[in-house]
Write a protein that binds this ligand. Structure first.
Ligand SMILES: [Zn+2]
Length: 113
């Protein structure tokens, strides 16, 4: 029961959840729940060597990969330019190779160029 925090305004513990907010019964103060999801926004995306990847980086594919929905394999050594990070997903990035657009790639098969 007592994982509801005390009111940050008046310090009383007569607080209760209401939708996405906590509400204090004593002073009427409302404040947003800090959801566990907020830690995922800060997830750091790392390549196979542990280097941090950011949107706009270029990466190189380190092994031949089959591409879902394409008959062309993605060859080892292929450069993926201008990658995009996937929200809340530290294991995949999006990007385009010269031949294949809209790739979603596992970062464990990529290294920063
Ligand atoms: Zn209060």
């Amino acid at each position: 029961m007592s994982d509801i925090p005390a009111c940050p305004q008046c310090g009383m513990e007569n607080t209760y959840p209401d939708g996405d907010n906590y509400v204090c019964a004593d002073c009427g103060h409302e404040w947003p729940m800090v959801a566990a999801a907020s830690t995922e926004e800060g997830a750091v995306v790392r390549d196979v060597n542990g280097n941090v990847l950011n949107s706009g980086d270029s990466v190189v594919v380190i092994k031949d990969l089959k591409v879902k929905g394409s008959s062309i394999p993605l060859k080892q050594g292929t450069m993926i330019r201008n990658i995009r990070l996937v929200d809340g997903d530290a294991e995949h990035i999006e990007g385009n190779s010269d031949k294949i657009k809209g790739l979603v790639l596992k970062v464990c098969f990529l290294k920063k160029a």
